[in-house]
Design a protein around this ligand. Sequence first.
Ligand SMILES: [Zn+2]
Length: 226
Amino acid sequence: MPELNLVLLGPPGSGKGTQGERLQEDLRLPYYATGDILRAAVREETELGRTAKEYMDRGDLVPDDVIVGVIAERIDTTEAADGFILDGFPRTLPQAEALAARLEELGRALTAVLLIDASDDEVVRRLGGRRTCEENGHVFHVEFNPPEKEGVCDIDGSPLVVRDDDEPDVIRHRLDQYHEKTEPLVDFYDHQSLLRRIDGTAAPDDVGIEVERTLATLRLEGDEAI
Ligand SMILES: [Zn+2]
């Protein structure tokens, strides 16, 4: 079977993390979320992990070439020999270009980029409605998963609060960042015929079915190419 090298793209709150976890189970491919990978590289004290840690300890952003190096380390392992799922990377055009270059060095290429899309309004509705239990982090949603009693955790009775990340100003800022830095990747990958658009506003199960359909089509195209 040809390898399946996937990138998940989409705004915060589009549900791509949920889909990524499903894919990981269904396809039995490693799922690399950038934050997790960086932490793992630091924990395993790889050379790049040590470099990344210096930046993180200073509270600085880890530069693109270091992140790309850390991701490439992962991709170039036996666990990723049949493919991989990237989430949260690449996040900028320079990262995407660096990823393409490193994959080429490894004699590999991306199979597809799945854009799990949602409008700004939908993102604000999803993230802005989250309420988190102060004590134990249980998550509710005022609209989709409301607690029995407003402002109180069903499980342990702790107060429910809006996390800093879910404050409207912060959500708007994250969306601005996405539109400015990450959204150019949509055209970048579309021009390479790698982009597959998936409507992330449907229910997670329906989004999952759409993802499966897209992958089935990719396999057919792959077979025809051979
Ligand atoms: Zn709780």
